[in-house]
Structures are given as structure tokens and as C-alpha cells.
Design a protein around this ligand. Structure first.
Ligand SMILES: [Zn+2]
Length: 120
């Protein structure tokens, strides 16, 4: 299911950012999703959920981040927050509500991390 997959992607992204991963200004050669660099130095695609090996072209350490990408990411996070908010309003199952609440806090944390990363 598409919505399920995109939620899973957001969750992975939030977790990666929480773990100190950085978003790179490179896209996955397979699916075009922005790539993340883990604290270990590994490059990861959250959509393929696997490691991506990038051929370096003499780029400096710590790729430059495109402001446009940040804006898009922020927009996506806000859109997801709105979606979750709408679902919480109609959801009556306490377990599902709890799950949604967790999702909201993950998204909010990702937004916080994004703000911090942009301020760097
Ligand atoms: Zn990919």
C-alpha cells in the first residue's frame, strides 16, 4: 500500500536523523530518493532500505546541502503531520491513537533536526 510505504519511509528517515545521520545533496541512483550519510560514514537509501555506494568525484567531506531540498523535506514533514492529525481526529482505537501519537513526535523531532541542520 502506497500510504503505508511512505509512512515507513518517513519513520526510517526520522530514525536516521535521530541517530545523527545527515541528508546528502545526492539522490539514490535507483529510486531518486535523497540519500543519508550515517555517522559510520555509510550512505543509505531510505526508500530502497539499503546501502548505496557512491563513486567520489573529488568532493569535499560533508556534502553541501541544497536549500531547496530542505524546503521540500520540511514541506513533506508538514504534509505528513497534517495527514496524521486528520487521522487522529477520527481514530477511536487507543492503540492506533498511541501509534499515531508516536508518529507525530517522530515527525516533530525530524522537523526540529531539520531546523538545526539548516541553521548550521
Ligand atoms: Zn533508493
Amino acid at each position: 500500500m502506497e500510504a503505508e510505504r511512505s509512512r515507513e519511509k518517513m519513520r526510517r528517515m526520522a530514525n536516521l536523523l535521530k541517530s545523527g545521520a545527515r541528508m546528502l545533496n545526492r539522490a539514490c541512483p535507483v529510486c531518486g530518493t535523497p540519500l543519508f550519510q550515517l555517522p559510520s560514514g555509510e550512505i543509505w537509501c531510505i526508500s530502497c532500505d539499503k546501502r548505496v555506494v557512491i563513486v567520489k568525484e573529488g568532493e569535499r567531506e560533508g556534502a553541501v546541502l541544497k536549500p531547496l531540498l530542505w524546503e521540500e523535506l520540511e514541506e513533506t514533514l508538514l504534509m505528513k503531520l497534517r495527514e496524521v492529525n486528520m487521522r487522529m481526529r477520527v481514530e477511536e482505537d487507543p492503540e492506533e491513537l498511541q501509534r499515531l501519537t508516536h508518529l507525530v513526535s517522530s515527525l516533530l523531532e525530524a522537523l526540529e533536526d531539520l531546523k538545526k541542520a539548516r541553521a548550521d
